[in-house]
Structures are given as C-alpha cells and as structure tokens.
Ligand binder design. Structure first.
Ligand SMILES: Nc1ncnc2c1ncn2[C@@H]1O[C@H](COP(=O)(O)OP(=O)(O)OP(=O)(O)O)[C@@H](O)[C@H]1O
Length: 775
C-alpha cells in the first residue's frame, strides 16, 4: 500500500514537472508578444512626446508675443487658447501611452498569477483563462491575459471547483470550474506553481507575507482572499462597513476596491471623484504606489486635519495628534464636554437649533470695505426678516445674498460718479490702461464718455471685489459667535474654552464638525456633490459627529468605512456590534452592509497569538500560519537600564531586519529617546510632518504608527504607569500589531496589568519576573 502511494506521488510530481514546462513555454510565448507590443507602444510614446514638446514650444513662442496693438493681442490670445487646448490633449495622450508602456513592462516580468479552466454548458472543450494585473490581447483579439477585475476573474478568488457563478454585465452566469492554478512568476520565470481547490492557496501567500516590509505598500491582487474579494467587488451597498482585526487587509482591500470601481465604472467614474481620508501624511505616502502599480491613477487623499484646516482659514485647527497629546493631560470636565461635542446627538441639536433660529437670533455682522460700512448688520437683518420665514434657512440666506448683490451693483454704479474714479482714469499709465482695456473684445466705443464709464466701472468693481467676496462667502454672519451662543444654550459654561481658544486663533478638533455643520445648514454651503465614493480608514478614531458631517459634506458619495474598534486610541474599547449600531443610526443610510475580517495576515502566528490574548474577545482573531519567534518581554530597573537594553535590542534587530520601529506612547517620549539613541544608532525620529518612511531604526509615537507595519517592533515602556487600565488597551494593541516578524516589549518597573491576561507560554521573558494578576 505504502509503495503504491509513494509511486503515485512520484508520478504526480513528474506530471507536474511536465506541466510546469508546458506553462513555462506559454509564459515565453506570451512574454514574446508582450515585448513586441511594448516596442510598438514605446515608439508611439516617443512620437507623442516629441509632438507634445513641439506644440509646447510653439505655444510658449506665441504666448511670448508682446504687442501693444489691441486687435493683434486679441488674435494672439485666440491662437494661444487653441494651442493650449492642443497641448492639454497631447499631454493626456502621452500620459495614457506612458501608463500603457509601464503596464506592459510590468506584464513582461510577471504576465499573470492565476489560471482557471472552465467548461460552459453545452461546450465540450474546457477554456483556459489566465489572470493578471491587466488584460492583454494578441493581434487576433484573443485574450492571452484577463484583467483580475474582469467579471469572470471573480471565480478565481471566490469559487471552489465545481459549479460556480459570477456576475457579468448581462446578469449572473454559470459555468463549471475544473481547475484553479496559481503561479509566482518573476522575471518571466515560473518560480512556483501549484493547483488548488481553495480560494487562493496558502503557499504563495506564505512566501509573500514572509518577505520584508517596504517603504510602500504592495498590491495584493495575486492573493486576494475570499472575504476581501467581497469587499473589493461590492457595487451595491451605500455604506460598506469593514470591521477587521489588525493586519486583516482592510487597507489593502480598499485600495484594490478603488482599482476595481475605476475599472467597473470606467465611463462615469474617475479618480478625482473618489476621496480617501487617511490617518496621517506618512500613511498617504505609504499607500501611494498601490494604485499606480495596478495601472490606475491615485484617488484624492486627505487627512481630517487638512480637511478642516482648509475650511477654517486663519485659524490653527487642532489635529488628531494634538488632540491625542492634549487628552493625555485634560481634566474630566473638559473631556465630558468633548465627548458631548463628539456625539451624534450633538449634531442633531445643531439641526434643531438651526430650525428654531429667528432673524433676531442671527449674529449678523457689518460688511466693511476697509473702514467703510457697506451694509450694516441691521440692514442685513432687515432684508433677512423681510423674506417669507417659511423658507429654509439656506434659502433665506440665498435670497438675502441675491438682494445684497443687487444692492452692491447699484452702489458700484453710483460710485463711478465719484471724483477719485475720474482722477484715477486720468492718471493711468499705458500699461494700466491696456490691462484694464484688455477685455474690450468686440466693443467699439463711439463716445469717449462710454469708454470712460466702462473703465470707471471696471475700476470700482475691482475695488469693491472684497465686498462681493464677503457676500458670496457669507462673511456677514459671525459664525463663531453664533456657535458660541449655541454652546452656551446647550451646556452653559462650555462656550468659555471655545471663546478663549478663538482669541488665540485656535480651534479644538471637537468643535470643527459641529461648527461647520451649523455654518453649512444655516447658509446652504459646504456640500460637494461631485464625489461619488468616500473612503475612511481607521474609522474608530473619528467621532460620530465628524462622520455625520462628512456624510453631509459629500451627499452623493457611497461610503466605505474601515476600522478596528479595538485599535481605538482615543477612547475605551467599544464592542464592534455596538459601534456598528451607533454608526448605522447616526448616518441613516439605506443599503448598509457589514463585513468582518478576522484573519490576520501581517504578523507571524506567535505575534498574532500574543496580541489575541490581550483582547477581551481576541478569540475571534485567526492567525495566518507563519513561523517566527515568540514576543519577548524585557524588564528594566530604571531609565538608564532601559536605554542600555533598547540599544542592544535595536542593534541586534537591525542586523536581521530592514525596518525596526521603537514605538512610544507620546511624541515627547519619542523625542527623548531620539536624543539619547540617535547618535549611536543613527535612528530617524518620525513626527507628524514626516512624509516618507526610511529603512533602519525609526522612533515614533503610536498614533503615527497607525496603519503602518515594520519588520520588527520594540514597544517602549509597557509599564503599569503608562498603560494602567482597559482605557489604554487600544494603544498597546495597536503598537504590538505593527510587528510583522519580531516583537519586543520593554517595561520600566511593573508591567501593565493588561499583560496579566496573556498566558506565559505565549512570550519569553528575558529574566524571571512576576506578572501582576487581576483577580
Ligand atoms: N490577501 C493578501 N495577500 C497578500 N498580503 C496580504 C493580503 N491581505 C493582507 N495582506 C498583507 O497584510 C498586511 C496587513 O494588511 P493591511 O495593512 O491592509 O491590514 P489592515 O487591516 O489595514 O491593518 P491595520 O488595521 O492593522 O492597520 C500587509 O502587509 C498586506 O500586504
């Protein structure tokens, strides 16, 4: 019996070798065709590039023509416009060709990663389909490679062998899946290949996950897992909420999802209509290569701090990081107010407040031009009050603005009669005159007076522009005062800290969303209807109030929200189900779908098992089987001892790993360690303005490590003082889950009680210590 089995394995091995030769032969053929195509595309690209350069040169020369004859100038302008359009068109063509060249270059090295054999009903010969990052057809229009996003490709990720279905534009299609084969092809050589019945087998994933971290996140198209595929290909939900444990591929899945959506809705969706809120600039940089590696343009990326800062010009808006650092030291009463302002109910109160505001309650302010009152607040209030009060406040504002603009036009006309205007016209230099007269176009004045009136009007309009801007931008409402009154009404006394900050031109993060909401509801502004998809990563760090505002600001957008309630840095852990319920209620969406990702891919099994043990419901986390050392806990007697230990550990880790992160609780702590360690170890301090992630030793606070991963992590001072209770569990969990291959934790003095839950066989101790035990 054993002999038979042995023989079977040998024969199986031999036939696989033969298969591999056949597959390599195909790879060679396909790569030859890709190379041929690449040469042609490169030629086209060079031609397009030359054309763009020559049109550009032409354009620059024309634009330089400097004539003082108005007619010539008009003609030149028209020509320049035409050239400009031509340049834009050529640049676009060149960009597309460049992208195609790049895709072919990528395909040349690794043309595909999967193969499915299918048999449609009524057919006798199976069809072999090869799947890669982009489709490739030969001269006879045969698909040599299918794009991973093509409808049929979904069976590669979803189906097990047998009858399968997939969604095609014409509806659900059925077929029989006979074979599923995975490849790892590098430099046009098959490095690994095997058949599998699973979603996507473990062998290749093992190889990928075992490699070192990189400055940039990689795409995962070759090894997308079934539940990740569901997220990527969902086109139905208005709100897709992904609750995934650390390292489960949430960020990866959304980036592939964006690539999928762009492919799926090529004709009516472009990258500018997708916006991703990311946790920090470093993270933005880290993920910036995924979409280009899939031949797609990057979506718009913004951090919450940037988003708010753009809307509060002239004020220094507190960032999530400031808020985090501040909250390490704030009093109980201010954190109660903060929690109130962060709640969804608070946003409901804003709506109620807006509905009950009468003209008399509105904090109008004079519209000034230097020190002249152009429209007094009393006058504005009168206009507002004269309108039918059944209108919504945004309509009332709109109508008030219309009336103000009409009045402004009258004022402008009257002003043209002022002496200063004629005096200024008389003293215009030739240059100034020509500049004012540049848009005469076809107007021919028969009377000098007409021309003078025209010039006067232009001069006055220029001078009154700030008044127009003030009306247009609703500057006649003192929104800060209005908000302060609202705060007072809501919770007497809570307005004081807001007012004090404002004096210093500062704004707390927790005030941003309710303040903008109040302004926008009152004035009917602030909404962007162009954005079709809004993605928010690390959603557990957003308050419900902020999410309500973002939903309001992008009313047409479908939402994809990703988070791990257990990585909450700013609040105690929230049960995922409770978090979901709150979210659904607050955002009030129709087609909401929740997907849980419980398998963690980032870390070795030993690290994941250790992390699991930290959490109250960690048992739901499944570790991806990958070997590695157990996490190590070191105990230091004092700071000097800690520094010596860290120094040694970091040097040892650096000898085997590319990136080693020393992660602290606060920026202050990071800076301190940097000062002490930087020169012996040439470490890099990461702050919230850092944009790139170098190799070597990195020192950073936990909130900047969000979403990132490192080959090895040293968690600094996991003592009972720094992480005293469950409130701080999210931080500790986030730190530990950044480690891919090695994790070391160091404590000065007593270890955090959070670690008392971890069974002793899940880590090693450098020296014998007793862990505190919760009863
Ligand atoms: N299907 C997959 N194939 C290959 N690698 C994967 C896959 N899924 C996840 N990974 C890898 O696992 C790591 C973690 O993925 P990712 O950062 O997307 O997880 P996350 O859920 O956003 O993590 P966190 O919330 O902890 O920041 C990355 O290195 C990613 O490339």
């Amino acid at each position: 019996m054993l002999v038979l089995l042995f023989m079977k394995r040998i024969i199986g091995g031999l036939s696989m070798d033969k298969e591999r030769l056949k597959e390599q032969h195909r790879v060679n053929n396909v790569v030859a065709k890709i190379k041929h195509n690449l040469l042609k595309k490169e030629e086209e690209y060079t031609k397009a590039h030359q054309e763009t350069s020559s049109v550009e040169k032409n354009y620059v020369q024309n634009a330089k023509i400097n004539t003082f004859e108005i007619d010539d100038r008009i003609e030149t302008n028209a020509e320049v416009q035409q050239q400009k359009q031509l340049v834009a068109k050529n640049v676009e063509t060149e960009k597309i060709l460049k992208q195609q060249v790049q895709t072919l270059k990528d395909l040349k090295k690794s043309p595909y990663f999967g193969r499915v054999d299918i048999l449609d009903e009524g057919e006798h010969t199976p069809e072999k389909l090869y799947i890669g990052i982009s489709s490739f057809v030969d001269e006879d229009q045969h698909f040599l490679i299918y794009d991973w996003r093509a409808p049929i490709s979904s069976i590669y990720y979803n189906g097990t062998l047998g009858k399968v279905s997939y969604n095609a534009p014409i509806g659900s299609q059925e077929t029989e899946l006979l074979k599923k084969r995975q490849f790892l092809i590098q430099d046009a050589q098959i490095k690994n290949m095997f058949d599998t019945n699973e979603t996507v087998g473990d062998n290749i994933l093992q190889e990928i996950l075992g490699s070192a971290s990189d400055e940039y996140m990689k795409n995962i198209v070759a090894t997308i897992q079934q539940e990740q595929n569901t997220i990527i290909r969902d086109t139905h939900s208005d709100m897709l909420l992904v609750q995934g444990v650390a390292g489960s591929g949430k960020t990866s899945a959304i980036l592939q999802r964006i690539a999928f959506l762009l492919y799926h809705s090529r004709s009516d969706l472009n990258a500018d209509q997708i916006i991703l809120f990311s946790p920090n600039l470093l993270f933005s940089h880290y993920i910036s290569e995924v979409l280009p590696s899939l031949g797609e343009r990057n979506m718009r990326q913004v951090t919450l701090a940037e988003f708010f800062s753009q809307r509060f010009e002239g004020l220094k808006v507190e960032t999530l990081f400031d808020s985090y650092e501040n909250n390490l030291v704030t009093s109980n009463s201010s954190s109660t107010t903060r929690r109130l302002k962060e709640s969804a109910n608070f946003m409901v109160s804003v709506t109620d407040y807006v509905h009950q505001l009468a003209a008399i309650d509105l904090q109008f302010t004079d519209i000034m031009l230097v020190d002249r009152i152009m429209f007094s607040k009393e006058m504005i209030r009168e206009i507002y009050a004269s309108l039918p009060q059944a209108m919504s406040s945004s309509q009332l504002f709109f109508e008030t603005k219309n009336i103000l603009i009409k009045k402004l036009k009258v004022l402008i006309n009257e002003e043209t009669q002022q002496k200063w205007v004629s005096e200024q016209i008389d003293t215009l230099s030739d240059e100034e005159y020509l500049s004012l007269a540049s848009d005469y176009k076809h107007t021919r004045f028969t009377e000098i007076a007409d021309e003078e009136h025209y010039l006067a009007l232009k001069l006055v309009k220029e001078k009154f522009q700030p008044v127009y801007d003030a009306i247009y931008n609703n500057y006649f409402l003192d929104i800060y005062r209005q908000y302060s009154l609202f705060l007072k009404e809501k919770r007497n006394g809570s307005e004081t800290s807001f007012n004090n900050r404002l004096e210093l031109h500062r704004l707390a993060l927790s005030d941003c969303a309710p303040l903008l909401y109040l302004r926008d509801l009152l004035t009917g502004s602030g909404q962007n209807h162009r954005i079709q998809h809004l993605f928010i990563d690390e959603i557990q760090d957003y308050s419900l109030a902020q999410l309500v505002y973002l939903k309001f600001a992008f009313p047409k957008a479908k939402l994809t929200l990703l988070g791990d309630s257990e990585q909450a840095l700013f609040a105690a852990l929230q049960e995922p189900q409770e978090f979901l319920r709150n979210l659904e209620k607050a955002l009030n969406v129709n087609r909401a779908r929740v997907i849980q990702l419980n398998k963690s891919y980032r870390s070795t099994s030993n690290i994941t098992n250790f992390i699991k043990a930290l959490l109250p419901d960690g048992s739901k986390i499944h570790a991806f089987t990958r070997p590695g050392k157990k996490p190590k806990i070191l105990l230091a007697q004092n700071e000097a001892d800690a520094l010596a230990k860290i120094n040694l550990q970091l040097s040892q880790l650096l000898a085997v790993h590319g990136t080693v992160a020393l992660i602290t609780n606060s920026l202050e702590e990071s800076k301190l360690l940097y000062r002490k360690l930087h020169s012996p170890l040439s470490a890099t301090l990461i702050t919230n303005t850092t944009r790139a992630l170098p190799q070597g030793i990195l020192i950073l606070p936990v909130y900047l490590a969000k979403g990132l991963e490192f080959d090895a992590v040293v968690a600094y001072n996991i003592s009972a003082v720094t992480y005293p209770n469950e409130q701080t569990l999210g931080k500790l969990y986030t730190i530990c889950s950044r480690a891919m291959h090695e994790l070391i934790l160091l404590s000065i003095g007593d270890i955090s009680p959070i670690l008392s839950k971890v069974p002793a066989d899940l880590f090693t101790l450098e020296q014998q210590i007793t862990l505190p035990h919760n009863n």
